[in-house]
Design a protein around this ligand. Sequence first.
Ligand SMILES: [Zn+2]
Length: 46
Amino acid sequence: MKHLRICPKCHASLKLRPDGETQYCNICRYWTKLGTARLDSIMIYG
Ligand SMILES: [Zn+2]
C-alpha cells in the first residue's frame, strides 16, 4: 500500500512524523506506515 495524503477516516490532511516512515492524523488519531517508498515520500513532501 502506498502513502496517503488524506486521512481515510475523516479526510483531513495527514502529517508526516519526523522519522519519515509514519503518517498520522491529528484529528482522529489515524496513522499508517509508509513502508519503504522513501523516494515517493520525498517527491511529495520535499
Ligand atoms: Zn483523520
